[in-house]
Structure formats: C-alpha cells, structure tokens
Design a protein around this ligand. Structure first.
Ligand SMILES: CC(C)(COP(=O)(O)OP(=O)(O)OC[C@H]1O[C@@H](n2cnc3c(N)ncnc32)[C@H](O)[C@@H]1OP(=O)(O)O)[C@@H](O)C(=O)NCCC(=O)NCCS
Length: 217
C-alpha cells in the first residue's frame, strides 16, 4: 500500500507511478503501456471531440503512432516540460479522460496551458471537475506553478462553465488563436493563479479543497 504525500514544491517532482486519486477518479502519467486504452478512448470519442481539437487523420489513431505519442508525452513529463495525465474511474479502472498541463515555462513565469476532456457518455457527472481539482492541487502544491492558463472557443459552454466552477477568471479574447477542426478559431482566455500566491495567500478558491487520497496499488 502506498500513499501520496504533500512535499515541498519542486520543478521536477516525480509523479507517483501508482497515480493520484480522489474519491471517484485516478490520474496516471501518460505511458506507452496505456496505448490500448488510450487508443480506444480516442476512437470512441473522435466525433465528439473533433469540434474542439485539431483535425485528426487516420494515422493519428494508428496503434504505433498512439504508442509513440504516449512515449513522447512520458518524456515531456520526465523532463518537467509538461504534466500529461490520463484519467480513470476508480470504480472500473476505465480510461475516461485526459488532463494535460503543457508548455510549462519556469523562471519568472511559472506557468502552463491546460487542456482536458472527458468521455462523452460520462459528461455531466462532475468527473472532469473532480479530476482537474486533484491535478491543479498537484501542479500548485507539488510543482510550484504560479499560473495555469486555459483557453476555450466561445461556443464551448460546457468548458466555460467548468472553468468558472474551478475559479478560472476570464482575461480576454484572442482572435484566430488555434486551428481547431481545420479552421482558425477565436478563443476566450482564462487563468487560475496559485491560491497560495495571490494577495499573500488569502484568496480562497475551490481548487484548494481537493487533496489526493491514498492509492492502493
Ligand atoms: C468540457 C467537458 C470536460 C465538460 O465536462 P462536464 O462533465 O460537463 O464537466 P464537469 O465534470 O464539471 O461536470 C459538471 C456537470 O456535472 C453535473 N454533476 C452531476 N453530478 C455531479 C457531481 N456529483 N459533482 C459535480 N457535478 C455533478 C453538474 O451539475 C454539471 O452539470 P451542468 O454543467 O449541466 O451544470 C466535456 O464537455 C468535454 O470533454 N468536452 C469535449 C472536450 C472539450 O471541450 N475540452 C475542452 C476544450 S477547451
């Protein structure tokens, strides 16, 4: 039996191999050993995710390509360039989502970009919010990041509601920001600041309430 413990923040903490868990979800670091589950998630949710992602060709779903992508993601995690996570249900150990903190920049910035998704059939249960609270506590407390930025298309109301619930604040709009589904799309820019580093640490945000539970391996 192993437990996830809070430690002093570091620029390259080793993400627990058994993952980190909340009541209903488990977050695991991207790894080629998860190729089968990840590929099934991408295929099952292709049509549903496509409006919010870059165009995917057939090669994107090739098992070898998925495995190489997971290898590259694992390497970025090991280098401290990203924290790219896969989300599972604790109940059935099914891969049900993604939670990606990319483009980590240290120095005076201490920031990254967040992307996420949950399986179509499991929307509307609070699972993504639960996973993100858990992950955000990790990137703030263990990795010591200061700012997490999350951007969404204006018409992505589910994403907007989720980010607002987590305490993300709207900072503006960017024209023609990302090429999504084959078209350059405007985006709403939002961010969440490490609650301990705002106004001397007095800002109370919902993300602080989520702390890892013990993971039984
Ligand atoms: C964006 C996305 C992650 C939102 O998923 P979601 O399931 O709506 O998000 P949450 O986990 O916050 O769930 C909240 C909903 O669950 C409901 N809910 C039900 N049971 C709940 C519980 N036990 N706890 C919390 N919320 C619960 C809430 O009322 C809320 O519903 P509402 O938004 O209709 O009010 C999902 O739609 C998705 O993956 N979309 C495709 C990819 C995408 O758009 N990614 C973001 C690109 S910017």
């Amino acid at each position: 039996m192993t437990a996830t413990r809070c430690v002093v923040a570091s620029e390259k903490p080793v993400f627990p191999v058994e993952g980190i868990a909340s009541e209903r979800v488990l977050l695991r670091s991207a790894d080629p050993s998860l190729t089968h589950e990840f590929r099934a998630y991408l295929i099952d949710n292709h049509a549903y995710l496509q409006p919010w992602e870059p165009l995917r060709d057939d090669a994107f779903f090739d098992p070898d390509v998925v495995s190489e992508r997971l290898q590259s993601m694992a390497q970025k995690n090991a280098n401290g360039d990203a924290l790219l996570l896969l989300m599972f249900t604790r109940e059935s150990n099914r891969l049900i989502g993604t939670c990606n903190f990319a483009n980590i920049v240290r120095g005076a910035f201490q920031a990254c970009h967040l992307g996420f998704s949950v399986a179509e059939d499991l929307q509307g249960r609070g699972l993504m919010a639960e996973g993100l609270r858990l992950a955000l506590a990790y990137v703030f407390d263990q990795m010591g990041l200061h700012r997490v930025m999350a951007n969404h298309r204006p018409e992505n109301h589910r994403s907007a509601r989720l980010l607002a619930r987590l305490g993300f604040q709207r900072e503006g709009e960017a024209r023609s920001y990302l090429k999504i589904n084959g078209v350059w799309a405007d985006h709403v820019l939002t961010s969440l600041i490490n609650p301990k580093e705002v106004d001397g640490g007095v800002q109370a945000l919902p993300v602080c309430e989520q702390r890892p539970q013990e993971v039984v391996s």
